[in-house]
Design a protein around this ligand. Structure first.
Ligand code: ADP
Ligand code: MG
Length: 242
């Protein structure tokens, strides 16, 4: 028997007002792997993430973590018991809590009960000296680091990231992408990262899931999509990368 994937999505379908925005999407992600859902705005990427997180519900299809059913049309584990973490585009830090309490937010007992884990993560994102700062005292890049530490603190089996770098200054992005990737690899979590930027997917992904109008039109290693695009449209999408 083969080992179950860390995350497996099977035949996911979701419609809004009779428009199928997610149209029979299937994929699997292994532990330690970063998969990028890549496609233009409106193709259904965030909808897939919301369904996997459990804040939206599919019309059909199923989601499995480590081979265990998390959600289908008859059965549903609530979001907080899925061991799935989520990192949002706007970071969504709690403004009234210092950095250390933000990072500890998902841990039972909070900072007092998890000093070592919080210290380890703050050190890892190079934010130890900002432990007692509040979010408004930090730059965008620093807030991103704290949001990443917070998402990883409870050791989620799967981490979902929706356009996590899009709010950041262009000049900072490459460095933050590299730092983020190295932390994700050290933690060994499976990552599903949404982006509309081919460069970001090429840089971060082990596996690219190329989407168009609700469907995955091609999936594979970045090198394969770049060298053997499925059609002219896919070729054009990757053409301005060098
Ligand atoms: P992406 O993240 O790829 O930009 P989304 O998943 O956010 O795309 O949206 C896909 C499509 O579904 C869009 O046409 C969007 O307008 C539509 N959509 C998303 N959420 C809803 C909703 N709650 N109600 C109606 N339409 C929605
Ligand atoms: Mg989106």
């Amino acid at each position: 028997m083969t080992t179950p994937a860390r995350l497996e999505v099977r035949h996911l379908i979701r419609s809004f007002d009779r428009l199928r925005v997610v149209n029979d999407v299937s994929f699997r992600i292994e532990a330690g792997e970063v998969a990028c859902l890549l496609g233009p705005s409106g193709c259904g990427k965030s909808t897939i993430l919301r369904i996997v997180a459990g804040v939206d519900m599919q019309d059909s299809g199923s989601i499995h973590v480590d081979g265990r059913l998390v959600c289908d049309t008859q059965f549903r584990i609530p979001p907080e018991r899925r061991a799935i973490g989520m990192m949002f585009q706007d970071f969504a830090l709690f403004p009234h809590l210092p950095v250390s309490e933000n990072v500890a937010f998902g841990l039972p007992g909070g900072h007092a009960a998890h000093r070592d884990r919080v210290a380890e993560l703050l050190d890892r994102v190079r934010m130890s000296r900002h432990r007692d700062s509040f979010p408004h005292e930090l730059s965008g890049g620093e807030q991103q680091r704290i949001a990443l530490a917070r998402a990883l603190a409870p050791r989620p089996r799967v981490l979902l990231m929706d356009e996590p770098f899009s709010g950041l200054d262009e000049r900072l992005r490459d460095g933050i992408r590299d730092d983020t990737l190295s932390l994700l690899k050290d933690e060994g979590t499976a990552v599903l990262l949404v982006t509309h930027e081919p460069v970001e997917a090429m840089r971060m992904a082990d596996q690219i899931l190329l989407m168009r109008a609700g469907r995955i039109v091609q999936q594979g290693a970045p090198y394969n999509l770049y060298n053997a695009p499925v059609d002219r449209q896919a070729a054009a999408f990757f053409s301005d990368i060098n």
